[in-house]
Ligand binder design. Structure first.
Ligand code: RP5
Length: 290
């Protein structure tokens, strides 16, 4: 993690919904866009404290419930195998010792469906190639005259939204492993491919994922965020310029994905969380059509 904190996004919008994302019976306390910053006076603000029952049962990857258990968690630090630092620097703890969302109010306390108090770290691989016609010529947009990029998008099993095939960084896992693992599992279905093909796919993945460009690190405007738990990510672009490596892969949705395809990048893309912002940054980086 770099020493220089990334700037905190000014607003989050995807958590300003009436109900919590995966539970239509759990309301969020109303928060207007101008009431998001903690610095804004909002004395009536009294959101529910809500954590999904399956998280409270304490699966191995989830934190203990610090509301009822006397446990020491080292926030703002590397805590055993878990990195609890934020890309945005030191976050505050509230009177109960729970991390405070650095982006502001979300209308819900607790962890919702997230396992960790504070930052929940993810990694997002944006794998790109140029769109080509049947003569292998790069296609340009008629209006902007810029070449069109395509990226590998998946359909998320939980929300049904198109998204980058990203995922959570497991405890003690390096970022490069997470990026490769998530792409393999969700876009190539590596969990179910026959043993004899595994070595070839692994070799391809190793080559492609060797040279990534960091596009973004920090807060994700994720619908699961709460006042005490939020998503942060590191987005990397892996670009196949001549379309001869990953550009030729047969995509096959697996694990948390129910669909996968090479998707044209343009400004009307509707993607999960802040994924269109990330994809836009990739398009800008390559001076591609947006
Ligand atoms: C988003 O959630 C991140 O950008 C990443 O794509 C994803 C990780 O969560 P899971 O896909 O593991 O649920 O905030």
């Amino acid at each position: 993690m770099s020493n220089k904190p990334a700037p905190i996004p000014k607003v989050h919008k995807n958590c300003l919904t009436k109900t919590y994302c995966r539970d239509d019976k759990q309301n969020r306390f109303p928060v207007h866009e101008n009431q998001i910053p903690w610095s804004k006076h909002y004395p009536e603000y009294d959101p529910d404290d809500f954590t999904m029952p399956h998280i409270l049962k304490g699966p191995g990857w989830a934190d203990p419930n610090i509301r009822v258990m006397d446990v020491d968690i080292n926030f703002n630090a590397v805590d055993g195998k878990i990195d609890r630092r934020s890309h945005h620097g030191i976050y505050k703890l509230d009177d109960e010792g729970s991390p405070v969302n650095p982006c502001g109010r979300t209308g819900l306390r607790g962890r919702g469906t997230l396992g960790k108090w504070g930052p929940n770290h993810a990694a997002d691989p944006v794998v790109t190639r140029w769109k080509r016609d049947k003569h292998n010529v790069v296609v340009k947009d008629k209006v902007t005259k810029k070449p069109i990029l395509q990226f590998v998008a998946i359909v998320r099993r939980d929300h049904g939204d198109w998204a980058i095939p990203g995922g959570m960084v497991d405890a003690g896992e390096s970022l490069s492993i997470t990026l490769k693992r998530e792409f393999g599992e969700e876009a190539l279905n590596t969990l179910e491919i026959p043993e004899e093909h595994k070595a070839t796919i692994k070799q391809y993945l190793d080559e492609i994922f060797e040279n990534g460009i960091e596009i973004y690190r920090g807060y994700v405007d994720d619908p699961r965020n709460t006042d005490n738990a939020w998503m942060e990510t590191q987005v990397y672009n892996f670009h196949d310029d001549d379309g001869r490596s990953v550009g030729q892969f047969r995509l096959h949705a697996g694990d948390d994905a129910t669909g996968v395809k090479w998707t044209d990048i343009h400004k009307d893309l509707k993607l999960f969380a802040s994924h269109s912002d990330f994809v836009k940054k990739v398009a800008n980086y390559h001076n591609a059509h947006w």
